[in-house]
Design a protein around this ligand. Structure first.
Ligand code: SF4
Ligand code: SF4
Length: 143
């Protein structure tokens, strides 16, 4: 995310706060239909190129990590920051060296949170995604 994304997110957070604070009760908050968000248009060729390269990657037998992991166990101080930041509950306090594959949504919040740089997510998909989808899409929200 760049600065304008962060400003947009801050503004969105304020609007959510306003919506919640002005509601008579949580039961009377009007529902949000997420289907109302328009799908951003996706140019065909970058998508085609991406899919072709994914197939090639899978065929190559390159190991594809399913979650971030702790590369050097000695770096981990078991501070628990990754546990707190994980939105999916995929890391357990006291067992920070292990990540639950079934719960992890690969958001990398834990990697960003780890000040010791113990957690990494070095996947070939990162380069592939950034190479095929360079064009920035604007954030969309509904309230
Ligand atoms: S944030 Fe890093 S150092 Fe802290 S518990 Fe998690 S992996 Fe270990
Ligand atoms: S990548 Fe996201 S969901 Fe997966 S363990 Fe890290 S913070 Fe949790």
């Amino acid at each position: 995310p760049d600065e304008s994304d962060l400003a947009f997110a801050t503004e969105f957070g304020k609007k959510i706060m306003e919506k919640v604070q002005t509601a008579d009760s949580m039961d009377t908050l009007y529902p949000v239909d997420v289907r109302a968000i328009k799908r951003p248009s996706q140019p065909f060729f970058p998508l085609f190129r991406f899919l072709r390269r994914v197939i090639k990657l899978r065929k190559s037998g390159t190991p594809l990590p399913r979650t971030p992991w702790v590369e050097d166990e000695n770096l981990c101080t078991h501070c628990g920051l990754c546990v707190v930041r994980c939105p999916a509950g995929a890391i357990t306090k006291g067992d920070e060296l292990h990540t639950d594959e079934a719960k992890c949504i690969k958001c990398c919040a834990c990697v960003k949170a780890c000040v010791k740089k113990a957690r990494v997510y070095d996947t070939p998909f990162a380069a592939l995604l950034s190479d095929c989808f360079k064009k920035q899409k604007l954030p969309q929200t509904i309230l």
